[in-house]
Design a protein around this ligand. Sequence first.
Ligand code: THU
Length: 129
Amino acid sequence: MTYEKLIEKAYESMAFSYSPYSNFKVGAALLTKSGRVYTGCNIEIASFGATNCAERTAIFKAISEGEKEFVAIAVTSSSRDFTYPCGICRQVIVEFAKDIDIIVAKEYDYEVYKIEELLPKSFTQIDIK
Ligand code: THU
């Protein structure tokens, strides 16, 4: 699976975005080591704090189906600019997929990051022990 194809899948999942409050559509596509792709969109709730971002939708779908090893996540949105994962999603990525490539895309242009760049000096499981 090329990163271009993964980005395409993230764009496709934006069709399912439930975002009546912000009208801001986000899509994500998470690639597992075995080659499966879990997609996700943002899902907004009238009590805004209950909203789920596209990245977390994709990651939680994968985790809930027993997936443990990941390669990359692509993130797309209806904005003309790049949409970077929010703070909560960064914390979720560091929990479940700390080695992955984080692909932030707009149309045919994309940037690739590691979580250490987006969430340096993070608080993780090690800190609790
Ligand atoms: N959103 C995401 O889905 N992912 C992000 O990383 C940033 C924000 C969503 C949440 C909400 O539905 C909308 O974008 C506006 O904040």
